[in-house]
Design a binder for this molecule. Structure first.
Ligand code: 6PG
Length: 228
């Protein structure tokens, strides 16, 4: 994995936004469309705002989240709400967004509608931006999660799965490894020395890797963007 650093978190956000925007422009140029998956959580706010300001054919970009908490978009816990308050405040509002939460279904009752929308609008991904927790989870692929084995199956059929895990405050919906691995390029956006230490230690593991390491192996081109 390549590492790119910056003097501070805002500079890192601007750097990554510029890089992701460039890849989206290339995808649109080459294939007429682009698919993008973005993280939630407390790290990516500045990056999402900067990316939303980038000038590109956003109406040709299908956007989704790497994962979502199973809460309505009005909830402070909602990653969809985070995107509405950052990315979609800018030019990126013209993009087509596929939410991972739906009030119409219970997460375990089947997510066919979400899968269909992802296949039609977002997949295959051109760019996936991932966060990471200090337990080595990424998206909502938490160590010890109930469906982790199925979610990390590179040959898996499902694009999204409901996930329950000791480290997650509520039921989550996550893109599976199979969905994330369609990305031509992945970026891992992390802040702080502890996350850097965890990620550097995780990468070489071959047996029983942390979810972040399992994902990073499957996606050929992974670059870490890190600032303390
Ligand atoms: C979420 C994210 C999740 C996040 C990590 C890190 O729904 O929380 O998608 O995968 O990237 O939990 O979260 P922080 O950025 O808050 O440390």
């Amino acid at each position: 994995m390549k590492w790119i650093g910056a003097g501070d978190r805002d500079a890192l956000a601007a750097l990554l936004a510029d890089r992701v925007a460039g890849m989206l422009r290339e995808a649109i140029e080459a294939r007429g469309r682009a698919g993008l998956a973005l993280p939630g959580g407390s790290t990516p706010g500045a990056f999402l705002t900067a990316l939303g300001r980038e000038d590109l054919d956003w109406e040709k970009v299908g956007v989704t989240l790497t994962d979502e908490r199973w809460v309505p978009p009005s909830s402070e816990r909602s990653n969809q709400r985070l995107l509405a308050e950052t990315l979609f405040r800018g030019k990126a509002a013209a993009a087509e967004f596929v939410p991972l939460y739906s009030a119409a279904v219970e997460p375990d009752d089947g997510l066919e509608g979400i899968e269909t929308a992802l296949r039609q609008i977002v997949m295959p991904l051109d760019v996936a931006v991932l966060g990471m927790g200090e337990d080595g989870h990424t998206a909502s692929l938490f160590p010890g999660a109930d469906k982790l084995e199925q979610a990390l199956d590179p040959e898996g059929e499902a694009l999204v799965l409901p996930i329950r895990a000791p480290g997650a405050d509520e039921v989550r919906i996550t893109l599976t490894l199979a969905a994330l691995a369609t990305a031509r390029k992945a970026f891992i956006l992390i802040h702080g020395a502890e996350k850097r230490r965890i990620l550097e230690a995780a990468a070489p593991e071959k047996e029983n890797p942390l979810p972040i390491a399992a994902v990073a192996w499957q996606i050929e081109k992974v670059t870490v963007f890190h600032a303390d």
